[in-house]
Write a protein that binds this ligand. Structure first.
Ligand code: ADP
Ligand code: MG
Length: 599
């Protein structure tokens, strides 16, 4: 356990780079500050000694003022040194957090794009940015406090035993009992109960989040909280476990712990009463002086114990933060070849490609082979879940194939410079995302060097003129602010403008018309025509009317190619495509019929 904690700190400090030394300096200063903070107690002892020596003639004690100023000096010095210590640890902690963020983002740049499908940007942000932020508590505060508390403990032990070891032991006995009580709550089989209790708390807070997300549904269907069985069960489970842990396990040890930490003198007073008779014979004034010292000094024990508790909470927090950071840092990266080859033409070939998503045991693509010659248009069709999107995402290496190969221009995509591959291929995907910036910048993302006129031309070719006239600042309108949101079909056209501007020889379209209403659809079809002219095209479409003109149609079902051919061949081939085509036409006729009836 201890080793693990240290290695967490060591791992975090690796990110600190040159600033690591500052952390150590800060820790050293923190220890010095704590020891300085103990010095006033010695001044109290000195003052008590002088006073008791001259009692009851108090005014004869002339050094009391000096001791007071010394105590003040030590306290104040301790505070100053502690400030300096925190200054050092903070500088290093902030640098560490910044380095974690930088290295994390740099690492994310190397991961395959598919990684972001399964790890949303919010999640990644929470892990990396949130995790990095949380390490600050440990590095800037807790670590300094841990080292400071250790120094404090050593100084405390010395002081405890140096004046009168018997009284010191009485104070330490109380501290020992409270530490034992504390551990009995967390150790042994109780550790298990504590973990169950914490897990129940986690489950409850997750169920609570689900519940809040589901509030619209609850309202619409006039449900009560009891319909959220999971949430209710989680609350009840938590309350049962909380009662069992706090009532069953913690009640006695926690009472003992608090009694001993808050009232350290419960052993001191009896000890002094026991020792007093024999002390009367010797140096009784010294004995009383020591008692005065321990009565005041024992208060420090509870401070020290409280600090240990806080500091250990911080290490747990940092451990969790580090675990989250590591999920980002350990994300697989896309292997980049050392000897990139240049693609020969603009064809795309799938050679016996099998691909299984991580965590799944059924292949999403199962021994798939087909070829798209330069300039050809090939359509991928088939039932939902057939593997069309998966096939499309293997071309830009969103994922890498499990076996087989995807070739672009005759070269395995794994043997290409990723930049060359990206320049060759343009994609328009189902869920287009526009950035929260102007339309100009959104489109220019495809080719950062493009001029404003080139962007305007691309938007014109993508039939976006109506969007530009509608928006308050035309091409410079910020999307997603000032109440300017584009409809699904409009976003899709902006995405097409992006692809047109990119001017790549190979185009991959995944259900580019899926979200379009009829008005948008006609415009999108026009834009698509401009985009695909004279290029190699792989298109996925569920409106079969759009694939009729394709050079070839590949029908994918359950990850396998079940048919391949032209529309003429397949529409009367007696297979899956013929069925799909008939169903599609029925749906279209039904629509026309219902429109006629309505008129
Ligand atoms: P289509 O585009 O033809 O509807 P997909 O290629 O999206 O089909 O999906 C093929 C199969 O792979 C489905 O069974 C789907 O559940 C699975 N799948 C798709 N994306 C992922 C993913 N990111 N992780 C795991 N499985 C996935
Ligand atoms: Mg799909």
């Amino acid at each position: 356990m201890k080793e693990k904690k240290q290695s967490d700190v060591a791992v975090l400090l690796r990110y600190a780079g040159n600033y690591k030394g500052l952390t150590f300096l800060g820790l050293g200063l923190s220890a010095v500050a704590m020891v300085l903070g103990m010095a006033p107690y010695i001044c109290i002892w000195l003052a008590a000694r002088d006073l008791i020596a001259v009692a009851p003639n108090w005014t004869a004690a002339t050094n009391i003022g000096t001791y007071g100023w010394m105590a003040f000096g030590f306290s104040f010095g301790g505070i100053l040194v502690y400030f300096a210590a925190l200054m050092c640890t903070h500088l290093s902690a902030f640098r560490t957090a910044a380095n974690i963020r930088k290295q994390g983002v740099a690492h994310l740049m190397q991961t395959p794009l598919g990684f972001f499908d399964n790890n949303g940007s919010g999640l990644l942000r929470n892990r990396l940015d949130g995790g990095a932020g949380e390490t600050e508590t440990l590095l800037a505060h807790n670590l300094a406090d841990i080292v400071g508390t250790a120094a404090m403990f050593i100084a405390m032990m010395v002081l405890m035993l140096v004046f009168d070891w018997r009284m010191g032991c009485a104070c330490l006995l109380a501290a020992l009992i409270s530490v034992l009580a504390m551990f009995s709550m967390m150790g042994g089989k109780n550790a298990h109960l504590m973990m169950e209790y914490q897990q129940a708390q986690d489950v409850m807070s997750k169920a609570g989040t689900e519940y809040v997300r589901g509030i619209p549904v609850v309202k619409v269907f006039q449900q009560t909280v009891y319909s959220f069985k999971a949430f209710k069960a989680a609350i009840e489970d938590y309350s049962a476990k909380a009662e069992r842990y706090t009532g069953g396990v913690c009640r006695v040890p926690q009472s003992v712990n608090l009694t001993c930490t808050e009232g350290v003198f419960i052993f001191l007073v009896p000890a002094v009463l026991l020792l007093a008779p024999s002390a009367l014979a010797g140096d009784f004034a010294g004995f009383i002086t020591n008692f005065a010292f321990y009565a005041v000094f024992s208060a420090i024990v509870s401070t020290a114990l409280a600090r240990i508790m806080f500091a250990s909470a911080g290490t747990i927090l940092a451990k969790n933060a580090l675990a989250r950071i590591n999920t980002v840092m350990d994300a697989p990266t896309l292997p980049v070849t050392d000897a990139p080859q240049t693609p020969q033409d603009n064809g795309v070939t799938f050679e016996d490609v099998t691909f299984t998503y991580e965590g799944s045991n059924i292949p999403a693509l199962d021994h798939v082979s087909f070829t798209v010659r330069p300039g050809e248009t090939v359509a991928l069709v088939g039932p939902s879940g057939g593997g069309k999107t998966t096939a499309a995402s293997l071309i830009p290496r969103f994922w890498d194939v499990s076996s087989g190969a995807v070739l672009v221009g005759g070269v395995d995509v794994k043997d290409m410079d990723p930049h060359v591959l990206m320049d060759k291929v343009a994609f328009v995907f189902q869920n287009t995302r526009l950035f929260k910036t102007s339309i100009l910048e959104n489109v220019r993302a495809a080719r950062p060097g493009a001029t404003r006129d080139e962007v305007l031309d691309a938007l014109h070719a993508a039939q976006c003129d109506d969007i530009l006239t509608k928006l308050p600042h035309g091409i410079d309108t910020l999307i997603g602010s000032e109440g300017t949101y584009l409809s699904g079909g409009e976003q899709q056209r902006v995405a097409l403008a992006r692809a047109i501007l990119k001017d790549a020889p190979i185009i991959v379209l995944d259900e580019a018309t899926a979200f379009a209403d009829p008005e948008n659809e006609a415009l999108i079809q026009k834009a698509l025509k401009t985009l695909t002219e004279g290029r190699t095209v792989i298109m996925i479409a569920h409106r079969l009317s759009t694939v009729v003109g394709a050079d070839r149609i590949v029908v994918l079902d359950n990850g396998r190619i079940v048919e391949e051919g032209t529309h003429e061949e397949l529409s009367s081939g007696g297979g899956l495509y013929e069925r799909m085509w008939k169903e599609y036409n029925q749906a279209v006729q039904w629509r026309i019929a219902s429109v006629k009836e309505g008129a």
